[in-house]
Design a binder for this molecule. Structure first.
Ligand SMILES: Nc1ncnc2c1ncn2[C@@H]1O[C@H](COP(=O)(O)OP(=O)(O)O)[C@@H](O)[C@H]1O
Ligand SMILES: [Mg+2]
Length: 134
């Protein structure tokens, strides 16, 4: 699934997430960039629905990570409360991602700067990491 997608309602955003979930497998890492209110959580709710998560999925704005379990395990990180990339590493981030679950990470401020600065254990090519979701 590659391309630009435009959604015009919250349900379309959820359905896009659900569709996107079909290509996911354990170990995949998904970065979501976008201002507060841009629809990241709705998209993630759709992804989780698609992966068979029955729990209620919310923005982990006041906690840094949520775990869900459906057809696959899901780790949902929110970097809203994090100021420095070091803090992300300190919570054990590198042990979670590229592992046995799908990792979804959302960042509200700074256009994905924090996500891009994380020294990934298995970094993606720069070009792909810089690409912003629209
Ligand atoms: N494509 C869309 N068009 C209009 N409203 C949307 C769309 N996608 C999501 N929304 C609405 O925007 C609000 C913010 O979405 P949310 O997923 O919480 O954003 P974020 O997690 O990026 O802060 C929600 O009320 C949601 O229903
Ligand atoms: Mg959110």
């Amino acid at each position: 699934m590659l391309g630009k997608f435009l959604t015009r309602s919250e349900n379309e955003t959820i359905n896009l997430g659900r569709e996107f979930s079909k290509v996911l497998k354990a170990g995949d890492v998904v970065a979501l960039y976008g201002e507060l209110g841009s629809g990241k959580t709705r998209f993630i709710q759709g992804v989780c629905k698609g992966l068979g998560v029955s729990e209620v999925v919310n923005s982990p704005t006041f906690i840094i990570m949520n775990r869900y379990e459906g057809r696959l395990k899901v780790y949902h990180f929110d970097f809203y409360r994090i100021d420095e990339v070091d803090e992300i590493i300190e919570i054990g981030f590198n042990e979670f991602i590229y592992n046995d679950a799908v990792s979804l990470m959302g960042e509200d401020r700074g256009g994905g700067e924090k996500i891009n600065r994380i020294p990934h254990p298995n970094p993606l090519p720069q070009g792909e990491r810089k690409e912003k979701k629209s």
